[in-house]
Design a binder for this molecule. Structure first.
Ligand SMILES: [Fe+2]
Length: 189
């Protein structure tokens, strides 16, 4: 289940209908899909087969022509370089559509009324419309597996805004380990 946060006000929402309604008001689709189709470690082909109906319906709805499975983790070559492409505010000329199969990540959305973050977990579907200013990063476990849809694969490149907005927002999905690191300072008597 996702967590929707508004960091500037401290508000967070963890209930599906409220998350869906709040994001829909901004033109962003959020939904929960079942995870019981295939084991989490199934091959990409098996995953795409298992979700064929949903994938095709989404293609029709958004004009997407292709879908694939992205699978990244700590051992992914050049993971830092890959993440660095997307952790600065940018837009795309096509929608960014993700169904999370496993792992976690956090989308920051620069909306008219302020910045919102959506921490996505397994079973979450998020569709960020083209032109939406956003950035994305992984959580502390640095692992995510997701189905992606594309209107044209060549169009899915980041257009950076160079606003620097992302520097004011910490990913809050680092979890207890991260908080622990920040509070382990020992003061000698
Ligand atoms: Fe993006």
């Amino acid at each position: 289940m996702a967590i929707l946060r508004f960091p500037d006000s401290g508000l967070s929402i963890e209930a599906e209908p409220e998350i869906r309604a709040a994001l829909a008001a901004q033109g962003i689709d959020y939904a929960r899909w079942p995870l019981d189709r295939v084991p989490a470690d199934s091959s990409a082909d098996l995953v795409l087969d298992a979700y064929r109906d949903e994938i095709d319906e989404m293609k029709q709805r958004g004009g997407y022509v292709t879908a694939d499975v992205i699978d990244v983790g700590p051992s992914t070559p050049n993971l830092d370089a890959m993440l660095a492409k997307f952790d600065k505010e940018h837009t795309h000329s096509e929608d960014e559509v993700r169904f999370i199969l496993s792992g976690r990540g956090i989308f920051f959305l620069a909306l008219e009324q302020g910045v919102a973050s959506v921490e996505v977990h397994a079973g979450d579907l998020l569709r960020v419309p083209r032109g939406t200013r956003h950035w994305f990063t992984l959580c502390a476990d640095r692992r995510i597996r997701a189905i992606r849809w594309f209107q044209e694969t060549s169009g899915w490149t980041p257009h950076y805004t160079n606003s620097g907005l992302e520097t004011g927002y910490q990913p809050l999905c680092f979890g207890p380990a991260y908080l622990g690191l920040r509070t382990t300072t020992k003061i000698s008597a």
